[in-house]
Design a protein around this ligand. Structure first.
Ligand code: GDP
Ligand code: MG
Length: 166
């Protein structure tokens, strides 16, 4: 089994921390070379029975300056080319305009989307439940997975759920 996974989310939600943890544990290839203009391989995780290829999809966040429709379409099409999208959010921040913007862009993407709620080490479980409820109202996520990329909580579980989608 192998598959391409795009990790999207606002800056500082923990995308790099997650990748470093995942790729760092099970030794793999890290590449800084741009693969295509659209997709850049950030890391390849080789497991016994599968290979997960993590892809950077630039441009799926609310731009400071208005991006042209064309650029936004390119970014959205990139999401259609992968097997799974991980939309990572910061558990401390709640649902805001930036998250809303990304969810709008996901509406016509048929690829399954996991909501990855990161930094759960920083919040109370009750807050997490409220956050999950509010996200459930906004989008039909294939999975909602709370993790701490920093401490490693639930990261293995997330990898299992990713593998199931490949
Ligand atoms: P990116 O911009 O989405 O790639 O975010 P980074 O991976 O660079 O992380 C931004 C900051 O959040 C860094 O200071 C990380 O150490 C911190 N961070 C990432 N994941 C976690 C987490 O699970 N818990 C906590 N407490 N901090 C985290
Ligand atoms: Mg980063």
């Amino acid at each position: 089994k192998s598959g391409f996974i795009s990790i999207i989310g606002r800056p500082n939600v923990g995308k790099s921390t997650f990748l470093n943890r995942v790729i760092g544990q099970k030794i793999a290839i890290m590449s800084d070379k741009p693969q295509t203009t659209r997709n850049k391989v950030q890391g390849v995780l080789t497991l016994d029975d599968s290979q997960l290829i993590f892809i950077d999809t630039p441009g799926i966040h609310k731009p400071k300056h208005r991006l042209g429709d064309f650029m936004m379409k390119v970014a959205q099409n990139t999401l259609k080319e992968v097997d799974l999208v991980l939309f990572m959010v910061n558990a401390q921040e709640g649902y805001g305009r930036g998250e809303e913007f990304i969810i709008e862009k996901l509406q016509n993407v048929k690829t399954p989307v996991f909501l990855v709620i990161n930094k759960i080490d920083l919040i109370h479980p009750d807050e997490l439940l409220k956050l999950i409820e509010s996200y459930n109202e906004k989008f039909n996520f294939a999975e909602i997975v709370p993790i701490s990329a920093l401490e490693g909580n639930n990261v293995e579980k997330l990898l299992e759920q990713i593998k199931e989608k490949m």
